[in-house]
Design a protein around this ligand. Sequence first.
Ligand code: NDP
Ligand code: 8X3
Length: 265
Amino acid sequence: MTSRLKGKWVLVTGASSGFGAAAARAFGAEGAKVLLGARRMDRLETVAIEARHAGAAEAHFHALDVSQTASVELFLAWARERINGQPSAGGGLHVLINNAGGAQGLDSVREGKDEDWEAMFQSNVLGVLRMTRAALPLMPQNAGASILNIGSLAGRVAYEGGSAYCAAKAGELQITRCLRLELNGTGIRVSSIDPGLARTEFASVRFKGDEARVDKLYEGTHPLVAEDIAEILVWVASRPPHVNIDEMLIKPVDQAAIHKVFRRK
Ligand code: NDP
Ligand code: 8X3
C-alpha cells in the first residue's frame, strides 16, 4: 500500500541527532519531503543525506535555534519557499515535529542555575510555541495534517533534580492540549509523544559531557533507542485523517516507573 506520507512535507526540529535524526530517516523511508532544522549544520547535512538514502523525495536543511524568535521566523520563511506556495488540500506542511529540546543539569532547586533553567524553558516550552505559531499558516486544513510535540515521562511525573525539566515538559503537554482545543474544527491534529528513558545524546547534554555519568544512567538496562520513537511518529502521522492520537507514553519494558528501572548485574 502507498504510504499516506509519500510526497508530503514534514518539518523536524532538532533533526541533528537522536529522535529528530531518526524521524528524518523514518519519514524519508515513507517517501516524504523533509525539512530539517537544528544548530549543528554539519550534523544536519549528514542526516539529510541519510534521509535521501532512506527514500526521501526531498531532504533540505537550514540553521534553526528555537530559542530565538528571529531564527524561527527565518527558518519558516526558508521552509515556505521550499514548500512553494499557499497551503491547499494535499499540499502545504503536512507534519510539524516539535522535537528540539532537552535537559540541562540535574540540580536540586537549591543548587539550580539560571542559565540551565532558562535554556530548558527556551527550547522545550517557548520553542514549541514559536515554531507552532510560525508554521501554522503553512498547514492545510482538513487534510490530515499533524503537529507532533515531543514531551516526556518527565512531564507526567516528578523526580529529584528534575524541577525545571519536569515543569518544561509538563508545559509542553499543556500547550499540546490547548492547541487541540484552539484548532478544533480545522482538521489539524495535535499529539504529545512522551518517551521515558531513551539512549540518545540527551544524557550527554544533560550531564555536560560527563560520559561516566551517562554510562551509569544506562548501566545494565535496555533503554529505548531513537528509532523506537521515530517509528511511532510515522505511525501517528499515518492514521486516517479523522483519527487523533492525543497523548502517548512510551517507556522501555525495564522502566516500570521513573524510579523503578530494572538493571541486569
Ligand atoms: P538529543 O540531544 O540527541 O537531540 C536533541 C536535539 O535538539 C538535537 O538535534 C539538538 O540539535 C536539538 N536542539 C536542542 N536545543 C535546540 C535549539 N535551541 N534549537 C534547535 N535545536 C535544538 O536528544 P533526544 O533526541 O533524546 O531529544 C529530543 C527530544 O526528546 C527533546 O525534546 C528531549 O527533551 C525529548 N526526550 C528525550 C528523552 C530521552 O531520554 N532521550 C526522553 C523523553 C523526551 P543542536 O544541538 O544541533 O541544535
Ligand atoms: C527524558 C526522560 O526520565 O530522563 O525526557 O526525564 S527523563
